[in-house]
Design a protein. Structure first.
Length: 382
């Protein structure tokens, strides 16, 4: 996502493990209702997918590691089948109004970019053909009117997203919303937050069902609970994969390119074979590349800090998963399954809370634009 013009300050460094205390009671209530409604509407499908994944996992120890016969299942094939069910579970847990709004805003941004380019084109023509200035100005005015309408639509949708994210517990406000949404990792964090909130709602339902179940049914529900932990682990793994293999290398590439261009500009700025005007252009280019390097290094720091937080959460979730899986194969009493989920409750709830980058602001529009350009270049590579 991108920022709304020059009005907003830019978040470029650091990361806070801020937690998810709700910032608006009304938004929190609305979001909680939306989560309950979403889970209720898909409860049957969520249970079916989680139950099937749990059954496939139970069959794993009885299968050969690999099989030379294509019609015989093996552990590798079973793992692929489980993975498909985990992906399906993620999709069932994901859909919300925020995702639809984010997609609409992205399309609006593309349209706004087209309008900006077209407007610049007519302004250039005004310079070339001053006798047609009035004609071209009418076209520019029409485009500016379209831009104002799109800006208003974007602001309205942005407000809806902000209210929903606040309701989920994200510590985000008007001042920091665009800063957060401009980060390349924001869409993934939002996705994981939505999934986590829905997982928490499903786990709560399983707790209630387990309290009145016999041991066989309780064990089935507990197996579904382990699947939900696996879904969360998959979210963490995917985030780290994107950070390590796409975002961080992308930023490093931008830094290397900017350093090379800056050094070339600095050398030419000292070369007396160029005119004073040309050398001044080289100095200006070097300064611009220096800004890019500063912003990109800050971006790298932000991504690295966020990755460390996710790694810690993934390690904690894996420990919960190990205890749960061992207990699943050991426990014989229905009440013990419920006790295990309840004892893991606070720890698992903390794991489910994703953290957003803290806001470190710059009153520098040049650096702001560099930060946005980095995000756009990373998004283009996805």
């Amino acid at each position: 996502m991108r920022m709304n013009g020059m009005r907003w300050l830019v978040a470029v460094v650091g990361l806070a493990q801020a937690g998810f205390a709700a910032t608006a009671d009304s938004a929190s209530c609305l979001a909680a209702d939306a989560v309950r409604e979403h889970v209720a509407s898909r409860w049957g499908k969520i249970c079916d997918v989680a139950d099937k994944a749990s059954e496939l996992r139970d069959e794993l120890p009885n299968l050969p590691e690999s099989s030379i016969w294509f019609w015989k299942n093996d552990q590798r094939g079973q793992q692929r089948a489980i993975q498909k069910h985990l992906q399906r579970a993620r999709q069932l847990l994901l859909s919300t109004n925020s995702q639809e709004l984010l997609q609409k805003i992205s399309k609006l941004e593309e349209k706004l970019d087209e309008i900006r380019r077209e407007t610049d084109g007519w302004r250039n023509k005004m310079i070339i053909s001053p006798d047609k200035r009035e004609e071209y100005q009418k076209k520019i005015d029409k485009l500016e009117s379209q831009k104002a309408e799109l800006d208003a639509s974007r602001a309205e949708m942005r407000g809806e997203i902000l209210a929903e994210l606040q309701g989920m517990g994200l510590k985000i406000d008007e001042k920091t919303a665009d800063c957060f949404l401009s980060n390349v990792c924001s869409d993934t964090i939002i996705d994981d937050t939505i999934i986590a909130k829905n997982i928490a709602a499903v786990v709560e339902n399983l707790r209630q069902l387990m309290s009145t179940s016999d041991v066989k049914t309780a064990k089935r529900y507990f197996g579904m609970y382990i699947v939900l932990v696996d879904v969360q682990l998959e979210c963490f793994r995917e985030y780290l994969e994107k950070s390590d293999e796409e975002w961080s290398p992308g930023v490093n590439s931008i830094i290397a390119e900017a350093e090379e261009t800056m050094n070339e500009a600095l050398r030419n700025a000292e070369n007396t074979s160029y005119t004073p005007e040309q050398r001044a252009i080289f100095r200006n280019n070097a300064a611009m590349n220096k800004r890019t390097i500063q912003a990109a290094r800050a971006y790298t720091s932000m991504l690295g800090s966020q990755a460390m937080v996710v790694k810690r959460k993934m390690e904690a979730a894996q420990r919960i998963r190990n205890v749960a899986m061992n207990s699943y194969n050991t426990v014989r009493l229905a009440g013990d399954f419920l006790s295990l989920i309840q004892s893991n409750g606070r720890t698992f709830d903390a794991i489910l809370e994703m953290d957003i980058p803290a806001v470190f602001t710059y009153d520098d529009s040049g650096l702001q634009q560099e930060f946005l350009q980095i995000t756009r270049r990373l998004q283009e590579k996805e």
